[in-house]
Write a protein that binds this ligand. Structure first.
Ligand code: F6P
Length: 361
């Protein structure tokens, strides 16, 4: 008999519930117990936030968005900000309490489902002696050591649907529509949705853009009797010599900057330079919502079951990864070494260029 605990950390992504479903089903077939820690590590600090999961509690959840356990991107237990009695913010390290509670509750393994930030924490706990297995989640697809993260395909599909819808209104009004998509410092969502959604221009964080080139493409469209244009901008895209648009971290305990605003800035520049009617919109958290696509559902179910097989084989400190269509175990340390960027020599980038999409360079 084994006792496994799952947590979901960082921004949510479609497919989280499918992983939980797969872990609970795989464990209960082996006669093991599964617990869920709510909101990242809260369950390790407060027993009310530790829930036992069974087949009943996960019934039908594989097709739903979000996470039944809740999530947070403000939950670093190694530097947790708390308000002291004087009302001042104090940063405390509660990781030893978590380790003690993990042992006291008799867990054999922690399956940590998360992106870069959550897997960094998982690695820190692995170094403290916790048997941890990581599962790669993020709509941004920016984790190294796995071909894909779950959640990405759904986000791309949402963004592509939005672009499809924008074509008719842009065309009716002879307008430029600028769409800002998520992805932080990686342009995966922008590139995949932009190519599939018929964008004229795609601006990626990996290629600092030149506004002159962007406006030239719009003017070229006009010359070729195409009086509307669609521009996809990744939230982390940067003008040559410019800076990322960030709004600061803004919230207590949040370590990552909130990105956003580049889409509206690009729209203003286009309006000034080309005198075309230009509108911008931010797809934002729509990209994180809704049911996982079939691809993400299957990937998440495969990740969850593979993670349980790793528990059985005692492969800890590793993350389950998709490599050339197979489930593999890779050290968590490999996955968090750096953020995975779009390869500018890849055939996807060539595809974009070959069909006449301007990448701002
Ligand atoms: O990492 C996932 C992500 O959705 C990023 O694409 C985005 O920048 C960020 O999270 C938004 O975070 P929040 O939900 O805290 O606004």
């Amino acid at each position: 008999m084994k006792k496994v605990v799952i947590s979901t950390g960082g921004g949510d992504a479609p497919g989280l519930n499918a992983v939980i479903y797969a872990v609970v089903h795989s464990c209960s077939r082996r006669g093991w117990e599964v617990y869920g820690s709510k909101s990242g590590y809260s369950g390790f600090l407060d027993m009310d936030d530790m829930v036992q999961l069974n087949l009943r509690s996960v019934e039908g959840i594989y097709s739903t968005g979000g996470t039944i356990l809740g999530s947070t991107n403000k939950g670093n237990p190694f530097a947790k900000p708390i308000l002291n009695l004087a009302g001042e913010v104090q940063v405390v390290d509660v990781s030893d309490r978590i380790m003690n509670n993990f042992r006291r509750m008799g867990f054999d393994c922690h399956i940590a489902i998360g992106g870069d930030g959550s897997l960094r924490l998982a690695q820190q706990f692995a170094e403290k002696g916790m048997p941890v297995i990581g599962v790669p989640k993020t709509i941004d697809n920016d984790l190294e050591a796995t071909d894909r993260t779950f959640g990405f395909d759904t986000a791309v599909s949402t963004a592509t649907n939005a672009l499809d819808k924008l074509h008719s209104t842009a065309k009716s009004h002879d307008r430029v529509m600028v769409v800002e998509v998520m992805g932080r410092e990686s342009g995966w969502i922008a590139l995949y949705s932009g190519i599939s959604g018929g964008a004229d221009i795609i601006l990626l964080p990996e290629i600092p853009f030149d506004m002159e080139k962007v406006c030239a493409k719009i003017s070229d469209n006009e010359l070729h009797d195409k009086h509307y244009s669609i521009v996809v901008v990744a939230e982390g895209a940067v003008e040559k010599g410019g800076q990322v648009f960030d709004k600061g971290s803004g919230e207590l305990g949040r370590e990552e900057k909130i990105l956003g605003g580049v889409g509206e800035w690009v729209a203003q520049e286009i309006r000034k330079e080309t005198e075309k009617d230009t509108r911008s919109l931010v797809l934002g958290h729509l990209q994180r919502g809704g049911s996982p696509t079939n691809f993400d559902r299957l990937l998440a179910l495969r990740f969850g079951t593979a993670a349980v097989r790793m528990v059985e084989q005692g492969i800890f400190g590793h993350m389950v990864a998709l490599e050339a269509s197979k489930m593999e175990a890779v050290p968590i340390a490999e996955a968090i070494k750096s953020r995975k960027k779009v390869d500018l020599e890849s055939d996807k980038v060539l595809t974009a260029r070959n069909i006449g999409i301007c990448l701002g360079d």
